[in-house]
Design a protein around this ligand. Structure first.
Ligand code: FES
Ligand code: FES
Length: 158
């Protein structure tokens, strides 16, 4: 079975896996990183979003071989030294979740969005999160959390 070296949340990890297995499966089943969620398995919901070299990807459709030698960040890797990342804190402060199933994907995609557009317009927020589905329909609060994070008014890492 092929072996891959992947840097996951800042740590180099050795993975033994079939090349075509979805990265999501490897993260959840082999490495115990269950923050990325299985929603549809077809690229339609983005609950499985993780960052690959800083870019959001649907890990359910990404074969593990494409992550070899690269950097992956999951929701578990976003906080630092016991402090929530400012995007996580903004989601908490806006109560931007109900069941929370979509939340890791929303937060990681927001993180990437704010790196590309530190002061996003409403249109950029909608475009950035377009395709991340929330079955609880908490979109207004999610958008408010993105705006709060962009303004830097959350109380993260005080
Ligand atoms: S589980 Fe990956 S897009 Fe739905
Ligand atoms: S909070 Fe339930 S799916 Fe979004």
């Amino acid at each position: 079975m092929p072996k891959y070296e992947i840097t996951i949340n800042g740590r180099s990890q050795r993975v033994d896996s079939d090349a075509e297995r979805p990265l999501l499966e490897v993260l959840r089943e082999d490495l115990g990183l269950t923050g990325a969620k299985y929603g549809c398995g077809e690229g339609q919901c983005r609950a499985c979003t993780v960052l690959l070299e800083g870019k959001p990807i649907t890990s359910c459709l990404t074969p593990v071989r494409l992550a070899a030698g690269r950097k992956v960040v999951t929701i578990e890797g976003l906080s630092e030294n016991g402090h929530l990342h400012e995007v996580q804190q903004a989601f908490v402060e806006e109560a931007a979740m109900q069941c929370g199933y979509c939340t890791p994907g929303m937060i990681l995609r927001t993180t990437a969005l704010l790196q590309a557009h530190p002061n996003p317009t409403d249109a950029q927020i909608l475009e950035g999160l377009n395709g991340n589905l929330c079955r609880c329909c908490g979109y207004n609060r999610i958008e408010a959390a993105v705006r709060r994070a962009a303004k830097g008014t959350s109380h993260a890492r005080a």
